[in-house]
Design a protein around this ligand. Structure first.
Ligand SMILES: [Zn+2]
Length: 86
């Protein structure tokens, strides 16, 4: 059963902190809808910016795993990182 995603805005960091869902073992909020399952910050990113390219992940600039403020989310390309490391 899908529960509506609700959040509180932290006045200092401007983080949108999810309060309707508990984080899982990784510290991230996992959303389990009938037609779509993903982490909350990834769902928000996809809703606003479109699909996440393959071999990429969404990271938090603010470091708060429960934050879903789109302005705090950044697309991280895993291939670029591999390239830099080689
Ligand atoms: Zn944040």
């Amino acid at each position: 059963m899908y529960k509506k995603l609700e959040y509180e805005i932290d006045p200092d960091s401007k983080c949108w902190i999810v309060c309707s869902h508990k984080p899982n073992g990784t510290g991230y909020i996992y959303i389990n809808k009938v037609y779509d399952k993903d982490y909350a910050h990834r769902l928000i990113y996809r809703e606003i910016y479109g699909d996440i390219p393959p071999r990429s992940e969404i990271r938090h600039k603010c470091g708060n795993k429960k934050c879903i403020n789109p302005e705090h989310l950044v697309l991280f390309n895993l291939e670029e990182r591999c390239y830099l490391e080689n």
